[in-house]
Design a protein around this ligand. Structure first.
Ligand SMILES: *Cc1c(COP(=O)(O)O)cnc(C)c1O
Length: 383
């Protein structure tokens, strides 16, 4: 593992496969995960926001492999954030010692015992969670994050409840430091004023309380300096994707961590009038050279994606044609006659942005990442 780019292989960061197995893997489709870029993007978030930064690695690190990402960031992040107790325990079982925030807290009172046993940091967003905390013994005071609802209206205490909640927690022997957090509904939209009202509510509610603050996800880190608090919570930007409007991040500040790559596995020329794939969605107007790529919706390439979506093949881009199948897609190679079977393909990553794929599928990069599956993850180590 002395080489800078040592290549590891793991299925979703759970089972490490020996390198030898890799060379026998026939299907050429895999997710390349560049952990060096993950660290680079984390440092960008740190630089833009300042203060302390929790890396959000819920949902298997947005499909990138939670344990591998946690290991890569363990030395630089001030902690991690996940959505569920199971996700936190998965990290603890893998030996991750860093602080871990449970973004929605516990889902039932019994889970609070695991919070104590595994030294997790709970979010408290509703009063029964305070009672569960009160009934649980902790070895050492636990840091607690209070969630404030400033307008998203999913979870959190209302601004006029905050002081009482804070005072109640302050009075409990179990509770150590207190952080007040909120989450914005419109941090990644085009409007510069979108956060004015939630920010006003946050400031008014927290005024005079001796607490740390945490307000920003990726969109707010990148686009709303006025919202920066003591702790940032970047998710998407760590993986190198722009939330919302492309180009919101400074040039070069974010590097794509995931590249979905494959190869052209077959090429045939079809006559005008002939069709390709299920439903004969694409019908040739001219003699058409059709390339097959062994990657489909079972690997997370969206079935709903538009005809003509760019696919990078051997340094050029060609249009997707025909329906995305479970295991394959087809592209039009007529205008790229030099391309032969075995030519390298990138479905998303450096040459085709994941946001382009998402837009063409009527969704967001978040969802495209979360659907990454089946094809193995190949890790390029941070160093
Ligand atoms: C998922 C999540 C984040 C990360 O959001 P990104 O938009 O991916 O940066 C931050 N805070 C909370 C509460 C979340 O649920």
């Amino acid at each position: 593992m002395g080489a800078k780019k040592s290549l590891l292989c793991a299925y979703f960061g759970i089972t490490a496969h020996p390198l030898r197995r890799l060379t026998h893997m026939a299907r050429p489709t895999s997710f390349h995960i560049h952990l060096d870029r993950l660290v680079h993007n984390f440092r960008t978030a740190q630089r833009l926001h300042g203060g302390r930064v929790l890396a959000v690695i819920k949902a298997n690190a947005y499909g990138h492999g939670d344990v591998a990402c946690a290991r890569a960031l363990g030395g630089v992040a001030d902690g991690f954030a996940v959505a569920t107790l199971e996700e936190a325990l998965h990290l603890r079982e893998a030996g991750i010692q860093n602080p871990i925030l449970l973004l929605e807290g516990v889902f039932n009172a019994e889970e609070m015992r695991d919070v104590a046993a595994h030294r997790l940091t709970p979010v408290i967003h509703t009063s029964w969670q305070i009672e569960a905390l009160q009934r649980t013994a902790f070895d050492a005071p636990v840091p607690v994050w209070i969630k404030l609802d400033t307008g998203m209206h999913r979870l959190g205490f209302q601004p006029d409840e905050l002081r009482a909640v804070h005072d109640r927690l302050r009075g409990m022997a179990q509770v150590g430091s207190i952080t007040v957090m909120t989450h914005f509904a419109n941090a990644d939209g085009p409007s510069a004023e979108a956060l004015d009202e939630p920010l006003r509510r946050f400031r008014e509610a927290t005024q005079g309380l001796a607490v740390s603050t945490s307000l920003c996800n990726s969109g707010a880190i990148l686009g709303h300096r006025a919202a920066h608090g003591d702790w940032a919570r970047p998710g998407l930007m760590l993986y190198g994707a722009d939330p919302g409007l492309p180009g919101i991040a400074p040039r070069g500040a974010l590097q794509p961590v995931m590249r979905l790559v494959s190869e052209i596995s077959a090429i045939r020329t079809i006559a005008p009038g002939e069709a390709v794939g299920y439903g004969s969605l694409f019908r040739a107007q001219r003699p058409t050279r059709v390339g097959v790529i062994p990657c489909g919706y079972a690997d997370g390439y969206p079935r709903s994606i538009a005809q003509g979506t760019p696919v990078a093949v051997a340094g050029t881009t060609v249009p997707l044609v025909g329906r995305v199948s479970m295991d394959m897609i087809t592209v039009d190679l007529t205008d790229a006659p030099h391309i032969q079977p075995g030519a390298p393909v990138e479905l998303w990553g450096d040459q085709v942005a994941v946001s382009t794929v998402a837009q063409n599928a009527g969704t967001v990069s978040y969802e495209v990442f979360c659907h990454a599956r089946r094809a193995p993850l190949r890790y390029h180590a941070a160093d």
